[in-house]
Design a protein around this ligand. Structure first.
Ligand code: IMP
Length: 188
């Protein structure tokens, strides 16, 4: 089985290839850029998938993800991309100075669409805590800040294989992969 992943983020592609390996799904990447409307992760993923499927004339997936911190009223959330490139991880740590409740979630939404069908969405969430300092050089963006539940290390300290066992992306993509197996089987 093959699926086209619309993204310019090579880290996401590498993680997705690892996750899809066990499902025998081959990933093709297309860095197509799509309008990122303002809204929930689900709105962005749905709109992006529909747009890209129509533009390329084939089935695609897009992913929208973000870091949601409870004590900051779930900020940066849907602003994660903007906040990463402006405040960065140091800025988040400043906002979290003297904050006792460090609970946070990474959320990932996969949108799948074909040129002829309405989008399907798949959600993945992993709970955890914001570390007091950046730790680790692996991964990308917020990874050095986030310690998944039941783990003493940040995503930035984990190998890609270990992150792939625990991550929000693993959960959304696995849920998509199960559904996609049936979809492909019953297509014709
Ligand atoms: P995007 O819009 O899905 O690309 O993600 C929004 C922001 O969250 C971007 O700054 C991403 O780099 C960041 N982000 C998304 N997924 C992850 C992750 O798995 N680890 C760390 N940061 C992430």
């Amino acid at each position: 089985m093959k699926v086209t992943f619309i993204t310019g983020n090579q880290h996401k592609v590498k993680e997705a290839r690892g996750i899809f390996q066990q499902f025998d799904i081959r990933l093709e990447q297309v860095d197509l850029g799509y309008p990122e409307i303002q809204g929930e992760l689900t709105d962005v993923a749905c709109y992006g998938a529909k747009y890209a499927a129509k533009k390329l004339g084939k089935p695609v997936i897009v992913e929208d993800a973000g870091l949601f911190i409870k004590a900051l009223e779930w900020f940066p959330g849907t602003y994660s991309s903007y906040v990463q490139s402006t405040l960065g991880n140091e800025g988040i740590l400043k906002l979290m100075k003297n904050v006792h409740d460090r609970y946070a979630e990474f959320r990932s939404v996969i949108g799948f669409a074909t040129p002829k069908t309405e989008p399907e969405i798949f959600l993945g969430v992993v709970g955890g805590n914001i570390a007091h300092h950046e730790k680790g050089k692996r991964g990308f963006a917020y990874d050095p800040l986030f310690k998944p539940e039941s783990c003493d290390l940040t995503f930035g300290e984990l190998t890609i294989e270990k992150k792939n066992e625990l991550s929000h992306r693993r959960r959304s993509m696995e849920s998509f992969a199960h559904w996609y197996e049936d979809f492909v089987e019953n297509k014709d």
